[in-house]
Design a protein around this ligand. Structure first.
Ligand SMILES: NC(=O)c1ccc[n+]([C@@H]2O[C@H](COP(=O)([O-])OP(=O)(O)OC[C@H]3O[C@@H](n4cnc5c(N)ncnc54)[C@H](O)[C@@H]3O)[C@@H](O)[C@H]2O)c1
Length: 249
């Protein structure tokens, strides 16, 4: 049996990297996909690739920091199916910046894209989930919250905020049978990592992991799949760390 068969699923930041990996695995496992990304062309490419394999997928250009742009994918999913089962909040940015060089605008942009987006998205996702008395929300945070990371103070602040938000919302939404969990990826080989991360630092991270290999989007997608399926029906408010054994807690 497919793990998310027929589940209406919204994935943010789905054009590339971890989000695209989640889209691939969820498609194979039967999800009906609504993919959104600030890069509308790349997002459409991903959806078209999935449709060419026979999987239902629609693409939307939307900036997660702009509530007006977020309405269309959610409204379309509800118009098409009258329900919304899964939301994966994956879109995020991670440009490095020394704190003393960081501008207020850079701090605010990080908060708006990585954290405040959850406010906008949950406002759209929760009403149908509350009405149907079921739903799964998975938020993609980062292992950097547990370690701290130089040059990423603005980023790590958002990733910790996501965990606090998820835990608190899980308490509010439990009575509606809505599950809200967080995944903290370690160093995952993605398009974004190639742009922003130092290869020597990545090699050092791999050396410190228990598992002596790179991690890929599919490693994160598998845990998101578990958290979106009935296999995790007894879990909410939890944080699952997927970092190859970099930190153990
Ligand atoms: N790659 C890693 O090592 C790693 C580690 C820990 C956490 N994460 C988290 O995983 C998530 C995905 O990371 P990734 O490495 O796949 O990144 P990526 O840069 O490879 O892909 C991110 C996707 O999100 C989209 N996006 C960016 N800003 C957006 C916005 N405002 N609105 C909508 N879409 C937007 C991009 O266009 C892109 O398609 C992020 O939240 C990131 O913080 C990544």
């Amino acid at each position: 049996m497919k793990l998310v068969d027929g589940k209406v699923t919204v994935i943010t930041g789905a054009a590339l990297g971890i989000g695209a990996g989640i889209a691939d695995m969820f498609a194979e496992q039967g999800a009906i996909l609504y993919l959104l990304d600030i890069d509308g062309a790349k997002c459409e490419e991903k959806a078209a690739e999935l449709r060419s394999k026979g999987y239902p997928a629609k693409a939307f250009r939307a900036d997660v920091s702009d509530p007006a742009q977020l309405r269309e994918p959610f409204e379309t999913a509800l118009k098409d199916h009258g329900r919304l089962e899964v939301v994966i909040n994956n879109a995020g940015i991670y440009p490095r910046r020394a704190f003393m060089d960081m501008t207020e605008a850079e701090w605010d942009q990080m908060q708006d894209v990585n954290l405040k987006s959850l406010f906008h998205i949950c406002k759209l996702a929760l009403p149908p989930m509350m009405a149907q008395r079921s739903g799964k929300i998975v938020n993609i945070s980062s292992v950097t919250f547990f370690k701290g990371m130089a040059l990423l103070s603005h980023y790590v602040a958002t990733k910790g905020g996501m965990i606090g938000f998820s835990r608190s919302l899980a308490r509010e939404m439990g009575p509606y049978n809505i599950h809200i969990n967080t995944v903290t990826p370690g160093a995952i080989k993605t398009e974004g990592e190639v742009v922003h991360a130092d290869p020597a630092a990545i090699a050092e991270i791999q050396r410190r992991q228990c598992l002596d290999r790179r991690l890929y989007p599919a490693d994160i997608a598998g845990v998101c799949l578990f958290l979106s399926s009935a296999l995790s029906d007894g879990m909410t408010g939890q944080t699952l760390n997927v970092d190859g054994g970099l930190i153990l807690y």
